[in-house]
Structure formats: structure tokens, C-alpha cells
Unconditional design. Structure first.
Length: 484
């Protein structure tokens, strides 16, 4: 999630003139009362878990929005208790954007006698006004420390070094870092609910050409959707001008059983920081917002174009606090999680502020383990870590990601579960072997340790021959994991 320190640096710059375009505004007392009534019904439906009660609260005619909301709600219902509090209400046209804090009491799994989890969720509910009252279009988790961006026509983060102008009349939502898959992200949503346009910031371990990054992500998307159903219309470098290096792409795809889709991407790269503007959804819907996407792209700028890459990474880590890295040793102590790990002797690490509680990558100093690395990271998910099925899903998700990145002939073996004395928890181990796009045989050891709401990962990877030589060193890193 975006840390409280970041809220101060999400500078709310002076409003820009929007011409004759409409803009969002604060909700009035009548609208707030209608939303409060909706939240009462929504809480009751979540407690019941009944599909009919939930469906009755979803907006009519927005098929893709309904599918998305039903998918999100299905994973976290029913709950023993849910109490929602309206923190902020914005309005635009016939849409209402409610920023809500929900106190939730829920069993950790469906198993009899499963422990209970009491947690707090911050949700953005995009509602459409109908004759029967507000109805839900979209549900997103947001970062409460950066809620002020919702009221600003211009959004800027000095720490992550970017600024962009919000489309007039659209809603701006700062996403929770653990949910958005990036160091930080802002979702811009139109009053009709879709498609959203997202600005995402990534802290990369190494610098990469934006055209290459676009190509790799396009190919990954095509593999996920099926090569036969996806077509790249364009991919090119742009004249950046005052911007950093920039590339754009456009893809058409046809997912089975769903309407044809379109993805617009624009990637900026400054040092090791990647800024991505992405619009994805139905073809007609994305085409409808193409002009808005282009204006967002034109408004994008660096706060400090001359900032060196290492200073950028240092400032990003300052906003997204990490741990302590000393040679081949790393320790983390923040937000209730304490962890330490030691990589093979002589290896050095780089910490990045990615979509995790922390993430550090160690690399070998010699050619003996050429291409070898060791990743250690942790994520937070308040639901499911105590569910045995959730562990299997983590392995399946890992395999799907590897295949999306080009892994062929993937085989996973030696799945075991043992108690780890240093972590004082069960760890789930498995190994996978595959051929990469260059034809090399790669082997990876994956260790996953669910600890309350946190999931701790260690992934050691190298070419097969190098992996066999490094196995003892990798096992030493696993043994070094500890929770002081």
C-alpha cells in the first residue's frame, strides 16, 4: 500500500482550466443519505452471502462490470459481520464515487473451526443513480493515505517523480499497493464505470528499453489470451520531447465467451523506473476513451527530469519503506512483520519497491552462476492464507505466470510441506524445470510460507547445471530465513 509519508508528496497542484467539460464534485447531503442507505443494504447482503441479494444491488445493463463485481465478492463472502463507514463522496453526472471503510469479521476458510480474521478494508464503490436507488458499477480497494487525490484535478507524486492531469469528470482512486501489482498506481474511472485508465509505477531491478518492455508485456498478454485470439496493431517508440524515453502499443483480442477487447499501452522509462499508462476493456469502450487516453499521455511529465536513477530508487524506497540490506544479508521490520534472510556468501542484493510488503533480489558475483538469482519477498492477503486450498492456488498461479513469460515444457515436482524452525511456521516447497524462450533449461526452487496475513516467498533460479552447483547455497538461504 502507499505509505502515509506518500500522502504529503501527492502534491495537489493548482486546478487546470477544463473548458466546457464537466468535473466531479463533492456529494451533497441528499446523495450522501442515499449512499448511506445503500451501504446498509450492501452490508446486509455481504453478511447473508446470498447471490440474489447481491445481484439486486448491482447496476443493470453493465455486463462486464457485473462480472467483475461478482468475481470480487464471491471470493470474500459471506462474512460474519460487516460495518461500512462513508469517508468521502464524489459525484459526476449520474455516478457517485463512495470511499468507504469497512470493518469485517470473517472466518479464515470454509473449514469447520477455522480461526476468525478481523480486518479493515478500504473500498471505492462506483455507484450509478437509478430510480430504485444507487446501484454498484465497480468495486476497488484504495489506499486511505492518498485519498486526497480524489479531490484534485492534477495528481503528482514528488517521491516517485511523476505528474499527470486527471480527465475532467472522471474519478481518481489511489490503489492499494498490494492489490494493484505495482509500486503505486492511480485508477481513473469514467462515470459509466469502464474502461478505466491506469497510471502504474514500477521499480525495476535493471533498466530496460521501453519498447522492449512493451514487447515483453504484449507477448505475455498474448500468451495468456491465446496467440490465435490476439493481434498487435502497433508497437513503436515515440518522440519523447520533454518526457523520458517512451513507447506505445495497441492489441486487439477475443477472449472465449466474451466480447472482443482492446488494450492501449504507453510506457515511459526513466532510469530503472517504468511508468505505464494502460487502458483495457471492450473494443468499443476503449475506442470511446482513446482521446482521453491521448490527453493523459500528453499531460504526463516528470517532476524532476534530471533526477539520477539511484536517487529516484532511494526516494521511492523512502515512500515505500523497505528493510536493511548489508552485503548478502537482509532484514525487514515494519508493519508488524519481522524477517531476516542471508543469501549465498559473496552475493549482493538490490531492494525494489514493487507490489509487495518488501522485495529484494540477490545475484551471484561470478559467471559460475551466470543468470542465477535469489528473490525474497512478502505479500499481504487478509483472506485465505490459512486455507489449505490457497497454497495450491499459489503454486498454480506461479506456473501460469511462468508460462505467460514464455516457459515451455514446464514440470513441477518434489512438493513438500515441512515446519521451518526459524519461521516457526509450515513452509511449502516445490521445484520446477522448464525451457525458456532462448532454449535454455531453467530450474527454480520455490518456498512459500503463509504466516497469518503475510505470505513469505523465496525463489532461487538458475540454468540447470548452475542450479545443481548452487543447490547447497540455495538451501542455506532457505535455512537462514527467520522471524525474530
Amino acid at each position: 500500500m502507499i505509505r502515509p509519508a506518500l500522502a504529503a508528496s501527492l502534491a495537489l497542484l493548482p486546478p487546470f482550466l477544463a473548458g466546457g467539460d464537466s468535473s466531479d464534485r463533492e456529494g451533497n447531503p441528499e446523495e450522501k443519505a442515499a449512499v448511506q442507505a445503500f451501504l446498509g443494504r450492501f452490508d446486509a447482503a455481504c453478511r447473508s452471502g446470498e447471490k440474489g441479494m447481491i445481484s439486486e444491488l448491482l447496476a443493470e445493463g453493465a455486463a462486464s462490470c457485473r462480472r467483475r463485481c461478482e468475481s470480487i465478492l464471491r471470493r470474500c463472502l459471506p462474512v460474519a459481520q460487516r460495518q461500512s463507514e462513508l469517508l468521502l463522496l464524489r459525484a459526476s453526472g449520474d455516478a457517485l464515487g463512495a470511499f468507504v471503510r469497512a470493518e469485517i469479521d470473517q472466518a479464515a476458510s470454509g473449514e469447520k473451526g477455522a480461526p476468525r480474521l478481523r480486518r479493515r478494508r478500504h473500498e471505492f464503490l462506483l455507484l450509478r443513480r437509478e430510480e430504485r436507488g444507487p446501484r454498484l458499477l465497480t468495486l476497488l480497494e484504495f489506499d486511505p493515505s492518498a485519498m486526497a487525490v480524489a479531490e484534485s484535478p492534477t495528481v503528482s507524486c514528488e517521491g516517485c517523480n511523476w505528474t499527470v492531469e486527471k480527465p475532467p469528470g472522471w474519478f481518481a482512486v489511489a490503489r492499494s499497493r498490494e492489490c494493484c501489482g505495482a509500486t503505486e498506481a492511480i485508477s481513473f474511472l469514467p462515470p459509466e464505470g469502464e474502461p478505466s485508465i491506469e497510471v502504474r509505477v514500477f521499480d525495476l531491478p535493471e533498466a530496460r528499453c521501453p519498447l522492449e518492455a512493451t514487447k515483453l508485456d504484449d507477448e505475455r498478454l498474448c500468451r495468456q489470451l491465446g496467440l490465435a485470439s490476439a493481434k498487435t496493431l502497433k508497437r513503436r517508440l515515440l518522440d519523447a520531447g520533454s518526457h523520458p524515453a517512451c513507447a506505445e502499443s495497441e492489441i486487439l483480442y477475443e477472449p472465449p465467451g466474451q466480447p472482443p477487447g482492446r488494450v492501449l499501452r504507453c510506457y515511459y522509462l526513466h532510469g530503472t523506473t517504468l511508468y505505464a499508462l494502460v487502458a483495457s476493456g471492450g473494443r468499443e469502450a476503449v475506442e470511446r476513451v482513446r482521446g482521453t487516453f491521448d490527453r493523459l499521455r500528453e499531460s504526463f511529465a516528470l517532476v524532476d527530469p534530471a533526477r539520477p536513477a539511484e536517487e529516484s530508487r532511494s526516494r521511492m524506497l523512502g515512500h515505500h519503506p523497505g528493510g536493511r540490506l548489508e552485503g548478502n544479508a537482509y532484514s525487514f521490520d515494519y508493519e508488524g512483520l519481522r524477517l531476516s534472510v542471508r543469501a549465498p556468501e559473496g552475493w549482493t542484493g538490490v531492494e525494489t519497491s514493487g507490489p509487495a510488503i518488501f522485495r529484494v533480489r540477490f545475484r551471484s558475483p561470478s559467471k559460475e552462476g551466470d543468470g542465477a538469482f535469489l528473490d525474497v519477498y512478502a505479500v499481504r492477503d487478509p483472506a485465505g492464507w490459512l486455507d489449505h486450498d490457497a497454497v495450491a492456488r499459489e503454486i498454480e498461479a506461479r506456473d501460469a505466470e511462468l508460462r505467460a513469460c514464455g516457459a515451455r515444457d514446464l514440470e513441477r515436482s518434489t512438493r513438500t510441506a515441512v515446519r521451518h524452525p526459524g519461521l516457526r511456521a509450515m513452509i511449502h516447497r516445490s521445484e520446477a524445470t522448464w525451457r525458456d524462450t532462448a532454449g535454455r533449461t531453467i530450474r527454480e526452487l520455490l518456498v512459500f510460507a503463509p504466516v497469518c496475513e503475510e505470505g513469505i516467498y523465496l525463489a532461487a533460479r538458475a540454468e540447470r547445471e548452475a542450479f545443481d552447483r548452487l543447490r547447497e547455497a540455495f538451501e542455506g538461504a532457505v535455512e537462514s530465513l527467520s522471524r525474530p
